[in-house]
Design a protein. Structure first.
Length: 298
């Protein structure tokens, strides 16, 4: 008869293993258990790994839970956008190569490149019109990024080393409970975004009210304010995909948003020499504080 304590330990090990899979963004059943059920060799290796105490995730399992379904091929829509944006296009393959995982459902949702405007998902045709206008008027100023439902908190948990030293620990201000509740746990809803590489031209040295109510509607009607999670996700993704060659919002500038932190200040994001900085802004005119925007109209 099996030792109850030993059996309990094994079940705890399996539970710990599945929890690691979920924390890595995987689906334990779809990505691991279903293939194991129908493959005797995989089952043998899984049991062997459990008996060894599961010291770390094997490389082949990491490839299973991160990346793309084996049958993935870019759609005509994705190929057109890649052709349009060239090196500034960071589609599903580029995102997957940074260690992110796309389930089959996620791939299907992003098969047609579509933008969001005013909370509404545009048609593929209108999204392409917006992209073509963006490139015609602002070539080289935007990146196209395939998005996952990430938040500032989830990006920080995975890529804290890309933040400035003061924000790399678990005591970073945006990880406080009040901040998480207010804004930093909010996830990206977009499937794709067209994100400016830096602040909107000439939007600095003016207060937030003028930026929102006068400058953007009059001078940049096709753009909308980005959220902090857009900039943080876009910065880390482009940084990793280009091995640090492309760093958004670099220099002595901020990408300012209309999102307010728990204490009332506006949230801004900047790419400092030491890494990504997430800070707060009073909303008063500042030479470095410019609008962070997404292109969202045609």
């Amino acid at each position: 008869m099996a030792d109850p304590k030993a059996t309990s330990r094994k079940f705890n090990q399996v539970g710990s293993f599945l929890a690691r899979i979920e924390r890595a963004g995987g689906d334990p059943f779809e990505d691991l258990m279903q293939p194991v059920i129908s493959d005797a060799e995989k089952l043998r290796r899984l049991l062997q790994y459990c008996h060894a105490g599961m010291p770390e995730l094997p490389a082949e399992l990491v490839m299973t839970i991160n990346g793309l379904p084996e049958e993935f091929e870019e759609s005509d829509s994705q190929k057109r956008w890649r052709e349009l944006f060239g090196a500034d296009y960071f589609g599903i393959p580029e995102v997957a190569r940074t260690g992110q995982r796309f389930s089959r459902a996620m791939v299907e949702q992003r098969k047609e490149v579509r933008l969001i405007r005013d909370g509404v998902l545009l048609s593929p045709e209108d999204s392409l019109k917006a992209a073509e206008r963006c490139q015609k008027e602002c070539r080289g100023q935007f990146v196209c990024v395939a998005c996952l439902p990430e938040s500032v908190c989830s990006v920080h948990a995975r890529d804290s080393a890309l933040f400035i030293p003061e924000l790399q620990g678990k005591d970073a201000w945006m990880l406080e409970r009040s901040q998480r509740k207010e804004w930093s746990r909010k996830k990206i809803r977009d499937y794709y975004i067209l994100l400016r590489k830096g602040p909107v031209p000439d939007s600095q040295s003016m207060n937030s009210e003028r930026q929102e109510k006068i400058w953007m509607p009059e001078k940049h009607p096709c753009e909308r304010f980005a959220r902090p999670e857009h900039i943080v996700y876009g910065y880390t993704l482009c940084h990793k995909a280009t091995q640090g060659k492309l760093r958004l919002y670099s220099g002595d500038v901020w990408g300012c948003t209309l999102i307010r932190a728990a204490r009332g200040s506006l949230v801004g994001v900047g790419g400092r020499a030491q890494g990504l900085d997430v800070s707060f802004w009073s909303g008063l005119a500042n030479p470095g504080a410019g609008v962070a925007s997404l292109w969202a109209s045609f």
